[in-house]
Design a protein around this ligand. Structure first.
Ligand SMILES: Cc1ncc(COP(=O)(O)O)c(C=O)c1O
Length: 468
């Protein structure tokens, strides 16, 4: 391609993407700025290329919105018109994510932007050594592995049973379903247990709002506010629509996004209340192991004498999200039903991450890693709190999280959060605005787990300059 001018190379690349169907009719092409960065040319070269593609009838500009693919060669020739994937996907069960969530998901994998909000352990906390050692041990004694039975590896479930007992939960392997992350457990409950049209009570704000998880299966979300010590139970009991078509989803320990922790007293009251109303509880306890100041209170599940609680967790936050290993604990018939669903959907979780986790648990390596993680998380949390105190106390308030990853920051003045989100990206900092969690105040979720000390400092200074 040496002698071909740059603008023609861009025309050729975009044309091929459209003709091969990689970019479908109806979708928007990257912005001029993104294209000029990608091809390392100035904007005028990109504009020339786009004009040529417009003249060919492949692209069309829409004022204030961007440039869209309106045709491909086949549809221009009016022969063998391929399906309009963009249009078809509009009718699918799962609607697309909110645009801001899509942007966050895309930018979260980029190395050249400060991830001031990412809900994962950063490289300074990632258990490289423990994982390598566990892999070495586990992979040296691998049996043959084929399709499972949908429940997950029995050896891992036995190990999970021991692990859960330490949290106060008595569950035998037949009460445990291994899932590909907590998110899958919630999805399985949603499609396999709950009835369409059910009302799901959830905390407001809640992580669930950033997903279409319940909505895609026809559930109605009903927000319940949270106090300093968790869900407002009084508000829950005032709801007129608690019936056999409702359930409660709670994230009681270091709640995402607010880091609120439900007190032990409230946990007991909540289970009693839900038993009275016969309201099933989905307890998402994914941050439990990441306590900092003192051990987390017992799970709500501990006080469940009637099989009222479906208990969900995962190693995404405490080991690595890429393992995709989580669990669901519930009555045997629920677990059996969902294991059958797993067989229908994907034949169960991958075997290798399961044996890796089993080895991490049984060898004590997981516990060693947690001890190190807790003390380092404490340092990182305190560092971010000091930065906030020094630089943002004039503009915002927050509370000190007792564990987990997040600091929920509320600005004292009303701020256009969409603008702040976009402008902080342009300055190289990614933040999670509160509105993706259904919070309509001027709030952001910051993380002290992912960014390192230097990134936290740089990120907060940039944020301060923008807010000023
Ligand atoms: C409260 C909560 N539940 C579930 C998940 C998803 O976890 P997993 O990676 O195990 O699917 C997250 C991830 O951010 C979360 O914050």
């Amino acid at each position: 391609m040496g002698k071909i001018p740059r603008y023609l190379q861009i025309v050729q690349t975009i044309r091929e993407k459209i003709l091969r169907g990689e970019w479908s009719v109806g979708s928007k092409i990257p912005t001029q700025r993104e294209l000029s960065e990608k091809f390392n040319v100035n904007r005028s070269t990109v504009i020339t290329a786009i004009e040529i593609l417009k003249s060919e009838g492949l692209l069309e500009g829409r004022i204030g919105s961007g440039v869209y693919i309106v045709n491909n060669k086949w549809s221009l020739l009016n022969a063998f018109s391929p399906p309009d994937w963009h249009d078809l996907s509009k009718w699918a069960l799962h609607p697309p994510s909110d645009n801001t969530v899509q942007t966050i998901n895309e930018l979260e994998t980029k190395k050249d932007i400060i991830q001031l909000c990412k809900g994962e352990l950063g490289s300074d906390l990632f258990p490289h050594i423990e994982i390598a050692e566990a892999a070495n041990r586990a992979f040296n004694k691998l049996p043959e592995f084929g399709y499972g039975d949908g429940y997950g590896d029995l050896e891992l479930r036995k190990e999970m049973s021991i692990y859960l007992r330490k949290q106060g939960i008595h569950a035998s392997p037949s009460n445990i379903l291994i899932v590909s992350g907590a998110l899958q457990a919630i999805k399985l409950i949603s499609i396999g247990i709950l009835k369409k049209g059910s009302t799901i009570f959830i905390e407001n704000p809640s992580y669930i709002y950033s997903l279409n998880l319940f909505r895609s299966t026809g559930m109605n979300l009903k927000p319940i506010s949270i106090d300093n010590d968790g869900l407002n139970i009084e508000e829950l009991t005032q709801q007129k629509i608690i019936n056999n078509l409702s359930a409660l989803y709670v994230n009681p320990t270091y709640q995402n996004p607010t880091s609120t922790i439900m007190s032990l007293k409230k946990r007991k009251l909540l289970i009693e209340t839900c038993q009275y109303y016969q309201l099933p509880i989905i307890e998402d306890d994914i941050y439990r192991d990441l306590w900092i100041d003192e051990p987390s209170p017992f799970p709500i599940k501990t006080f469940d004498k009637q099989g009222q609680v479906l208990y969900v967790g995962s190693f995404s936050k405490s080991i690595a999200a890429g393992l995709r290993i989580g669990w669901l604990v519930g009555p045997e018939d629920v677990v059996k039903r969902l294991s059958d669903l797993r067989m229908q959907i994907d034949y169960g979780s991958s075997y290798l991450p399961q044996v890796l986790v089993k080895e991490l648990l049984s060898s004590g390596l997981y516990e060693d890693h947690l001890i190190r993680t807790r003390s380092f998380l404490k340092k990182k949390r305190d560092f971010l709190l000091t930065l906030l105190q020094t630089h943002l106390s004039e503009y915002a308030t927050w509370t000190k999280p007792q564990g987990g990853f997040f600091i929920w920051v509320t600005f004292s003045k009303s701020i256009n959060m969409r603008k702040l989100f976009k402008r902080s990206i342009s300055k190289g900092v990614l933040i999670n605005p509160g509105f993706i969690y259904n919070d309509n105040k001027s709030t952001i979720r910051l993380s002290f787990a992912y960014p390192n000390f230097e990134e936290m400092e740089k990120g907060i200074l940039i944020l301060k300059a923008l807010i000023k």
